[in-house]
Design a protein around this ligand. Structure first.
Ligand code: ADP
Ligand code: MG
Length: 730
């Protein structure tokens, strides 16, 4: 069942070279990207250098240069078959948005021409009123603007029917300049963390560093199921998760799927995803089976944060479209199947300087290690102080099923450092770093010798939301469907805020703008002392940790409405404004939008469950019950003992249980959504009401339905079952 011959599997987009042979990767990698190489062929060297500098270091492109770039990119795109361009942006809906416009225009004589103006490259004007604004819209105008982000290259998207479109990565802002998307704040956070990191490095005596860059590698988990069976389940099609479904006899107990053979049809799918992404310059590296049946993972090589974020959006987009071509459906939902492992997105995060040195990489010299310890301390301080907002940044209806469900890190934000580093920090705390020289202290700590040791051993604890893995942090609480730009923005802001504090502390020790290594170590030690509560090396799934975390005063919010209520706490969100990443209005609106999405998604789930129970499950059950009752009656009339009698009783009870749970859910839903419950001002209460009141009732209905399903002949169950979906490869 799990094998299909490779013959039946077609790779649709296998690239060929001019001589008709199979093309090698370097021949097509990035071929659909208007990168520096493509630009060099069509723009003067000075222009290319200006663009390169802006891509790396930020800055604005003036209108005359924009015109030259527009002409160059138009010709490049048209030669490759493009007829349209679009501003591609990331409204807070979780997916990307695009508005296509033709190159079509008329010249003075009324003849049709292909035109693309600099102004069209720089700015677009989609109607903002169809996108979430969290109340910003009522205050400001409905108009929104998209503006080109030159730090992420333009690219061509090829779709099925040979349609090619030029995509322009853009930010999306309101008329008054408030950000309406995930990209604008990310760019701001990257600027700000760079500013503060450079200041820190200067205080540590490094005057030649001009910039710092955040790097991200996002591992993407997903389910790949058959489109035909998925299409028969309204819950999967409309919400990405099953609201009913009894666990199959075989789950993931055998652990035979993880890193197992990849079925050929799935491999063909993966290969095609990779080829499409290679053409788009996305450095896909790893593909493998995940823990659950039909669950897989893709990971690219890490890139600068803004590009990594755009590329993860592209990955999700390409996954969906290639899946359709192969008769599959891809599920990016965090928990598509109850009782089966869910999907996350591990966000690997590090920060480097303009010389390409990873600041989280412990080195071999005392100075390198002082830099390392300072930035490590900044990360710990950022996570410690801003844990609640970081937690809120990964909150979603889907992720509520995952965080704290013993398969993903708990909702308590803690940091795992590994044995070697823990020992070093503990010794730093216990020691007298201010008395001995920094060099001696570091030597005694044995930091440089253990550099390789903790690279090999730190990745073992899978239960921690923030694991230090040798030279980067792995943030594991991000949901599989989430755009990474948002949690990355919050994390950047948290570390920026920590660097601002550390810079103040360092400045207090500075002489002529520089701080002695001894003084730096004392500051690091102080931060390590302050942040002890956030360090945890044990099992994050255990009840003991939950109890211990409560004693330490760490927050633990299980649901989205509770988690995002932090956006209404000015004190807790102040750092987002202090760092300049968000304005006050931005903060409030983000919370509202997250709550709107939660409420909408949950209500869709509830309504679909009601509909499936009402129009599919109950009618089928009543029919089947009727058959069993008739059999029981026949047997009784002949005085033949039959299990039908007992089965009829059991079925009748289960049907009643389903009916009762259904009625209770329906009534509760009506109450929860009545009046102005979905209006702006009531939204926060409605969200809480849904998580506290509706979700337990939905769960009750599910339990009843799943119990009924267990009694049912498989072929009569009105929807494809878990066993059909998870264990059948067509
Ligand atoms: P795992 O054991 O978690 O699979 P990998 O070494 O495969 O870890 O890395 C996972 C992801 O982390 C990849 O996308 C990889 O490119 C990325 N990564 C590696 N080094 C860094 C770094 N310095 N900064 C950011 N991401 C990184
Ligand atoms: Mg990982």
């Amino acid at each position: 069942m799990l094998t299909a011959s490779m013959d039946s599997v077609r790779i649709f987009n296998k690239p060929t070279s001019a001589d008709g042979n199979i093309a090698r990767l370097p021949q097509y990698y990035g071929q659909n990207v208007f990168d520096i190489t493509a630009m060099s062929k069509r723009l003067g060297q000075k222009d290319v250098e200006t663009v390169r500098d802006i891509m790396q270091n930020g800055g604005k492109i003036d209108s005359t240069l924009a015109s030259r770039i527009a002409t160059a990119v138009r010709d490049w795109a048209i030669e490759r078959g493009a007829t349209h361009f679009c501003h591609w942006f990331q409204p807070q809906t979780g997916t990307t948005a695009e508005k296509h416009e033709g190159f079509m225009s008329f010249d003075q004589d009324g003849k049709p021409i292909e035109r693309f103006r600099g102004s069209e490259l720089l700015q677009g004007e989609p109607d903002a009123s169809s996108f979430p604004s969290g109340g910003l819209r009522s205050t400001f105008e409905a108009r929104g603007y998209t503006a080109w982000d030159p730090s992420s290259p333009m690219f061509l998207m090829e779709s099925e029917n040979n349609i090619t479109t030029l995509y322009i990565p853009t930010i999306f802002v309101s008329h008054n300049g408030q950000s309406l998307d995930f990209k604008a704040p990310l760019l701001k956070s990257l600027e700000r963390i760079s500013d503060e990191a450079v200041k820190t490095l200067q205080l540590l005596g490094e005057k030649n560093i001009t910039k710092a860059h955040v790097h991200i590698g996002a591992e993407q988990e997903y389910f790949l199921i058959e489109r035909n069976s998925a299409a028969k389940r309204m819950d999967l099609v409309l919400t990405g998760r099953t609201v009913f479904g009894k666990k199959p006899a075989k789950g993931q107990e055998l652990e035979d799927h993880y890193f197992g053979n990849i079925p050929p049809r799935v491999q063909a799918f993966m290969q095609e995803v990779e080829i499409d992404l290679y053409k788009l310059g996305v450095p896909m590296k790893t593909r493998h089976n995940e823990v659950a049946p039909r669950q897989f993972e893709f990971a690219p090589i890490f890139e600068t944060a803004n590009i990594a974020s755009d590329h993860n959006q592209l990955l999700m987009k390409i996954l969906r479209s290639v899946a359709a071509r192969h008769g599959f459906m891809v599920l990016l939902h965090e928990k598509p199947f109850a009782g089966v492992n869910g999907s996350g997105k591990h966000l690997n995060w590090s920060i480097s300087d303009s010389n390409g040195r990873n600041l989280l990489d412990p080195g071999t010299t005392p100075h390198q290690n002082i830099v390392f310890l300072t930035f490590l301390a900044a990360c710990m301080l950022g996570i410690h102080e801003h844990a609640e907002v970081i937690r809120a940044s990964v909150a979603s209806a889907g992720n509520d099923h995952r965080l704290g469900a013993n398969e993903a890190p708990p909702a308590i934000m803690s940091v795992f450092l590994g044995e070697a580093l823990t020992r070093i920090l503990d010794e730093l705390l216990a020691g007298s770093s201010t008395k001995t020289s920094a060099e001696k202290t570091l030597m005694n700590l044995g930091l440089s010798q253990v550099q390789n040791l903790f690279r090999e051993t730190t990745d073992r604890n899978r239960t921690s939301p923030f694991a230090f893995t040798g030279n980067k942090f792995e943030f594991r609480a991000v949901g599989s469907s989430a755009p990474i730009g948002y949690p990355a923005t919050i994390l950047n802001a948290a570390v920026t805020s920590a660097l601002m504090k550390i810079n103040e502390m360092l400045k207090a020790h500075a002489k002529n703008g520089e701080v002695s290594p001894e003084a730096v170590l004392s500051v690091v030690t102080e931060v390590v002392r302050k942040t002890q509560a956030v360090r945890f090396e044990g099992n994050g799934y255990s009840q003991e940790w939950r109890d211990e975390a409560a004693r330490r005063g760490l927050s633990n919010t299980a649901t989205t409405p509770e988690a995002i209520s932090v956006f209404r706490n000015c004190e807790k969100t102040q750092f987002l404004q202090n760092t300049g990443v968000f304005s006050t209005a931005d903060v409030e609106s983000r919370g509202v939008i997250q709550m709107e999405r939660y409420v909408k998604q949950r209500l869709i789930e509830v309504n679909i469950a009601i509909e499936m129970a009402q129009t599919g499950i109950l009618p089928a059950s009543i029919r089947y019950l009727g058959e069993v009752v008739a059999l029981a009656r026949d047997a009784a009339s002949l005085s033949v003992p039959s299990p039908a009698t007992k089965l009829a009783q059991d079925l009748g009870n289960l049907c009643n249980r389903v009916e009762a749970a259904l009625t209770s859910l329906k009534n509760a839903t009506e109450r929860t959504t009545s009046g102005d419950a979905l209006e702006h001002d009531s939204l926060w209460n409605t969200g809480l009401e849904i998580s506290r009141n509706l979700m337990p009732r939905l769960e009750e209905l599910r339990t009843a339905v799943d119990a009924l399903e267990a009694q049912f002949p498989s072929q009569s169950w009105p929807f494809p079952q878990y066993s059909d979906i998870l264990f059948t490869l067509e």
